[in-house]
Design a protein around this ligand. Structure first.
Ligand SMILES: Cc1ncc(COP(=O)(O)O)c(C=O)c1O
Length: 405
């Protein structure tokens, strides 16, 4: 039975939810679509989790993930008061929006906008574009940010990266006049997703210094990069660094991520956090992970090696592969691989009329290899390919050769 529309908030009714990558349960599928780590958690982590599965499951876990925060504090050279743990880094990103950004939707219909508050419309919702209500990010970057802003009823300021996916300098952003240096919250994915492009810490620091609102440096993929910007979170009171155990530490299933930042900011986020937001087994797994970092560092090296080999192999096959500092690559497949007669038959609007990236997605899927394709204009000609094992990379190259033939 259809429920009355009036039972749901208009904002939620009109919301476009985040679309996660597919998690199919097809046998024999090579899964290169969600940037998971191809290597399992270390044997020590698996032992620790198994040992924790007993009668203690009836108890609530530690509400502040104290042991994990102490261990992370040691790793990052700060105190546990500099750290908040989330149910995946997605949760701490959401906490930042809820704690730091004023909702804007609806206010425009209640208040008459002042000179500094330009009235704009997002969807059918009136929104006040006051800097206190602005969530800002570059495009393309992590597609969750606009969704978090929408859920909160915040205004969004999406500013394009340079055409080659590098980050505009502060001077360029000032000239471009699109960037809001007073935005309540700015998200920067570094290294970037889905481009894989790394940003220099010196450039990030210049940008952070020019901002008056809070800047989140989302370092989900930083373990595969040349440098990280953790020192900025410990130097500037308005900078938070987000990290996750999902990608580099093979722990997507357990959902553990965190922010490092100024104790005042962290305490504000902590006020609105659910009491038991991080499940007990997740805490156990993350603590054990930190006791076995050598195992993971060896995996980073393997993944980076496979990334470079796969990038070379695909380049030789006619792909345009962007340099990556992550555990995935963004690659533009060669077009026009079909004979003219089939090209016409299989023509697609959204792939520019030739055998485009979306066709490659489907052809690879037919060969049981899953990669990711985004419909956003800046990246619709590319495939995002997670780096798997060397065997999986080889299978991908073999499949590509077969498609090209
Ligand atoms: C840039 C970025 N940040 C954060 C996340 C979320 O990671 P988690 O699994 O910790 O929620 C992802 C996951 O895909 C991501 O790509």
């Amino acid at each position: 039975m259809k429920i009355p529309r009036s039972l749901i908030r208009p904002l939620v009714h009109d919301l476009h939810a985040y679309v996660p990558g597919e998690q199919p349960k097809i046998k024999g599928l090579i899964k290169l679509n969600t940037n998971e780590n191809p290597y399992p958690p270390s044997p020590r982590v698996l032992r620790a989790v198994k040992a924790a599965v007993d009668g203690r499951l009836r108890l609530y876990p530690n509400p502040t993930a104290q042991v994990l925060r102490e261990k992370l504090a040691k790793l990052h050279g700060c105190g546990p008061e500099n750290i908040i743990i989330g149910n995946g880094s997605d949760e701490v990103l959401a906490l930042a929006v809820r704690a730091l950004v004023e909702p804007a939707v609806g206010q425009a219909s209640r208040l008459s906008p002042s000179k500094s508050q330009k009235k704009i419309e997002t969807g059918r919702m009136p929104v006040l574009r006051d800097s206190n209500s602005v969530v800002q990010y570059f495009t393309p970057s992590y597609s969750l940010y606009p969704v978090l802003a929408d859920i909160h009823g915040a205004a969004k300021n999406a500013v394009p990266l340079n055409a080659n996916f590098t980050m505009p300098s502060v001077a360029e952003l000032k000239r471009g006049k699109l960037w809001n240096f007073n935005a309540a919250l700015t998200f920067i994915t570094t290294p970037n997703a889905p481009s894989g492009c790394g940003y220099a810490t010196a450039d990030l620091e210049k940008l952070c210094r020019a901002m008056s609102g809070v800047v989140v440096l989302d370092e989900a993929y930083v373990d595969f990069a040349r440098e990280n910007a953790m020192k900025l979170a410990l130097k500037y009171p308005h900078v938070l660094v987000a990290r996750t155990f999902s990608k580099a530490y093979s722990l997507c299933f357990q959902r553990v991520g965190y922010f490092v930042g100024n104790p005042g900011l962290i305490a504000a986020l902590d006020k609105i956090r659910d009491s038991y937001n991080v499940n007990g087994l997740g805490q156990v797994a993350a603590v054990a992970t930190l006791e076995d970092l050598q195992y993971y560092r060896a995996n980073f090296r393997k993944i980076v090696g496979t990334r470079e080999e796969l990038s070379c192999a695909l380049t030789l096959l006619g792909f345009r592969v962007l340099p990556s500092q992550t555990n995935f690559i963004l690659a533009k497949p060669p077009g026009n691989v079909l004979p003219a007669s089939r090209r016409k038959k299989e023509r697609r609007q959204d792939a520019g009329g030739t055998f485009g990236a979306k066709d490659w997605l489907e052809k690879l899927r037919d060969k049981k290899i899953l990669v990711r394709w985004f419909h956003y204009p800046e990246v619709k000609d590319y495939l995002r390919i997670t780096i798997g094992t060397p065997q999986e990379a080889q299978a991908l190259v073999t499949a590509v050769k077969a498609i090209l033939q």
